[in-house]
Design a protein around this ligand. Structure first.
Ligand code: G4P
Length: 546
């Protein structure tokens, strides 16, 4: 049975010199906050489960993962998720590994929710890019990787499913180099071709870590470490081939370099089989040894908030109606500075209003646990957070605002109308709620009026979530009427009239007043740009266009 995550004990000597700032710095230094990014099916849920297993958060693999055939699910919240077997919602898992406190932020697997993933990536200090050994870099991997590059997030690459026939290891390295522009610097190298996974050569000390299987991968795979001589005696040609390939890597300069890794020019690579739990300990060690701890964070005014400054955090996810047993609204915040203590009253910088943090929790799937103290890098779920929206900054002491979270350019648009016009209040409340949670973007114009807002999404499944929740949670079923646009760019008040006058376009306003110009396709946009180069027509998120 699953055991619950327990809050890691504070560092043995959290406060050298006994001061509060020292405690914050010591706790921050041992935090590692990261997310796993991958194309669906590369093994993200399996790896998450394996990481949790290694950290002994759960007794047996299967408690986190929710696919058919496995035991109970904790991270599948909504009925829809269960029906589809995908993870729509995000959560954070915290565990202790060696002396470090690891925060693993979950990201949705489906491309339709890439905007959620993007917001999660604003809250991490590193990312693990998981690739399927047989498929290499896939569309969604590339998109998420572009986001990491855009945000300067260091990336650790894990080649997964090496137990299954796939590509050649050196070819995969070439693919990573060519398609991401990052220099891959393998830390481990596979012994045995994909599909015949014997183990890995650990490049740091030249030893052989032999792969052993356990029944169904349900328990931690015991790793046996052998000397190079013993490895050669055991694996013969497979070992010598691995050694030769590693020499090639060294000759081509593919050695780990901490500076270029942190700067986003190189990526350490590990080979793994998440389903057998092999390579998972190496990943945790790499995270602890190489991934960056939380650092001072740039604010919206061009300054920065030091780790030891008073408490500050920002909301990267808001969620409600997750579970019939807990029908409330939860805001996930990432702590950037200072210490969080449950019950403290903080200020929301976007409204100037106080917010009392009476109920604060670690949340992973259905598991909730009250949290009393948290430090930079940690994620806290604030309950009863009706007053908090995605992107809000919370602080105590000197005021701070973190840069607003940029939104993805939506690609699907539909007019929403209440099916029961007598329930306008519920309709309005539901739409506002979905907007502040970032489930959909809500666009309005004087011409369309308040009763018929335009919902804008990156992936059509977001529409399904919105209509489902409007009906079941807000009791105001909606009808969606699709609009023919596929492209949205930012415009401004000066350009708006000219843009709107152009054929097949429309200008609408987001909740924050920003104006978006919608086009049927990119050719319409291109031709307007050519005809009227003076108009402001700017991409929404640069990374998305890569
Ligand atoms: P995702 O979250 O990235 O979408 O992927 P997920 O972990 O659900 O894994 C997708 C499929 O790949 C699963 O099989 C899973 O068991 C399998 N898988 C993950 N890691 C490995 C690995 O290292 N080796 C091999 N051989 N398979 C791996 P499934 O049949 O779709 O689901 P399930 O019923 O087995 O869970």
């Amino acid at each position: 049975t699953a055991t619950r995550a327990t809050t890691p004990a504070p560092a043995a000597d959290p406060a050298p010199g006994g001061n509060a700032a020292g405690a914050v710095l010591a706790e921050a230094a041992r935090r590692r906050t990261f997310a796993v990014i991958s194309h669906p099916d590369a093994g993200k849920s399996t790896l998450t489960e394996a990481l949790a297993l290694h950290a002994r958060v759960i007794g047996q693999a299967g408690a986190v993962h929710g696919k058919a055939g496995r035991r109970g699910t904790v991270s599948d919240w909504m009925d829809m998720e269960k029906a589809r077997g995908i993870s729509i919602t995000s959560a954070a898992l915290q565990f202790q590994y060696r002396d470090a406190v690891v925060n693993l932020l979950d990201t949705p697997g489906h491309a339709d929710f890439s905007e959620d993933t993007y917001r999660v990536l604003t809250a991490v200090d590193a990312a693990v890019m998981l690739i399927d050994a047989a498929k290499g870099l896939e569309a969604q991997t590339m998109k998420l990787f572009a986001v990491c590059r855009h945000r300067g997030i260091p990336v650790i690459t894990v080649v997964n499913k090496w137990d299954r026939p796939g590509k050649d290891a050196l070819e995969l390295m070439d693919e990573v180099a060519e398609r991401t522009g990052l220099t891959p610097t393998p830390l481990t190298w596979p012994v045995g071709i994909s599909g015949d996974f014997r183990g890995v050569l650990d490049r740091r000390d030249g030893t052989y870590r032999r792969f052993t299987r356990t029944a169904g991968g349900a328990t931690i795979a015991p790793e046996e470490t052998l000397t190079p001589e013993a490895a050669e005696a055991r694996e013969g040609i497979d070992w010598t081939r691995a050694q030769e390939e590693v020499e090639l890597l060294a000759a081509s300069g593919a050695d780990h370099d901490q500076e270029t890794f942190l700067a986003g020019y190189s990526t350490p690579v590990l080979f793994a089989s998440a389903v057998s739990n092999f390579g998972v300990a190496a990943l945790l060690d790499t995270l602890v040894d190489l991934a960056p701890a939380p650092a001072d964070r740039p604010d919206a005014d061009g300054g920065s908030r030091a780790l030891a400054d008073p408490f500050s955090a920002f909301v990267f996810k808001v969620q409600s109606g997750m579970d019939a047993a807990h029908r409330d609204r939860l805001a996930y915040v990432r702590i950037c500075s200072g210490v969080f203590e449950r019950g403290m009253v903080v200020t929301n910088s976007s409204t100037g209003r106080p917010f009392a943090t009476k109920y604060a929790q670690h949340v992973f799937g259905r598991e909730r646990e009250s949290i009393d103290t948290a430090w930079p890098g940690d994620v806290v779920g604030l309950v009863n957070a009706a007053a908090l929206g995605v992107g809000d900054t919370l602080f105590t002491g000197s005021p701070v605002s973190y840069p607003p979270l940029s939104t993805f350019a939506p690609e699907h648009f539909a007019v929403a109308r209440a099916m029961d016009t007598g329930r306008h209040k519920q309709f309005r409340r539901g739409i506002d709620q979905l907007e502040s949670e970032g489930v959909v973007q809500v666009l309005r114009s004087d011409r369309r009026g308040d009763q018929a807002p335009v919902l804008a999404v990156v992936g059509p499944m977001q529409f399904e979530v919105a209509t489902h929740r409007m009906e079941h949670e807000f009791h105001s079923p909606v009808a969606l009427e699709p609009l023919p646009y596929t492209v949205a760019v930012r415009t401004d008040a000066t350009s708006a009239a000219a843009v709107a006058a152009s054929r097949g376009t429309e200008v609408l306003a987001r909740g924050n007043g920003e104006l978006l110009a919608l086009f049927r396709d990119k050719w319409d946009l291109r031709s307007l740009r050519q005809r009227s180069p003076e108009l402001t027509l700017e991409p929404m998120v640069a990374a998305q266009l890569d």
